[in-house]
Design a binder for this molecule. Structure first.
Ligand code: QAP
Ligand code: CO
Length: 169
């Protein structure tokens, strides 16, 4: 397994749209294993392939307390069930150190393929529902900071750009 480099906002590669996976083969399973290792190492609860500069529709999530519930979503599709919204203070491995409240649909249905290429469907609740939507946004080039005010987003961008300059020198 290998740790992958996580892209950070405002890296333009985070804006690329991921392609569907054509076949869930050993190459895809290797990417999944490396993504879990990278996410657990961070540590984080969700990671989309886009964040490690792989522009394929692959997401890994584990919202358990003890890294005991790894979940994989390949080519995920989402349907909003009703108009109820749910607020959560979201963070992101690609926006380290910053958290903002985001409102998203509370009740969704998610269809995807698992690591064996088998189709499944779930009705996630709470943090899992938030996390799936957050990670699916990454696959479309979207970030949680896109939901906050342009002023807040710009402040975060400037702080991260400064950190990146310091790291590079
Ligand atoms: C996405 O985020 C998420 O700022 C997953 O310094 C987050 O794993 C979905 C992390 C919250 C729903 C709710 C963030 C680690 C991890 C940081 C993460 C940081 C170190 C974020
Ligand atoms: Co994220």
């Amino acid at each position: 397994m290998a740790l992958l480099e996580i892209l950070e906002f405002p890296d333009p590669r985070l804006r690329k749209v991921a392609e569907p996976v054509k076949e869930v083969d050993d190459g895809i399973r290797k990417i999944i294993d490396d993504m879990f290792e990278t996410m657990y190492n961070a540590p984080g609860i969700g990671l989309a392939a886009t964040q490690v500069n792989i522009h394929r529709q692959i997401i890994v999530i584990d919202v358990s307390e003890d890294q005991s519930e790894p979940r994989v979503f390949i080519n995920p599709e989402i349907q909003v069930v009703d108009q109820d919204l749910f607020s959560y203070d979201e963070g992101c491995l690609s926006v380290p150190g910053f958290y903002e409240t985001v409102e998203r649909p509370k009740h969704v249905t998610v269809k995807a393929l698992d690591r064996n290429g088998e189709a499944f469907e779930i009705h996630p609740e709470g943090l899992l529902a938030v996390c799936i939507q957050h990670e699916m946004d990454h696959l479309s080039g979207k970030l949680f900071v896109d939901y906050i005010s342009p002023m807040k987003r710009d402040r975060i961008r400037k702080k991260l750009e400064k950190q990146h300059r310091l790291q590079a020198s």
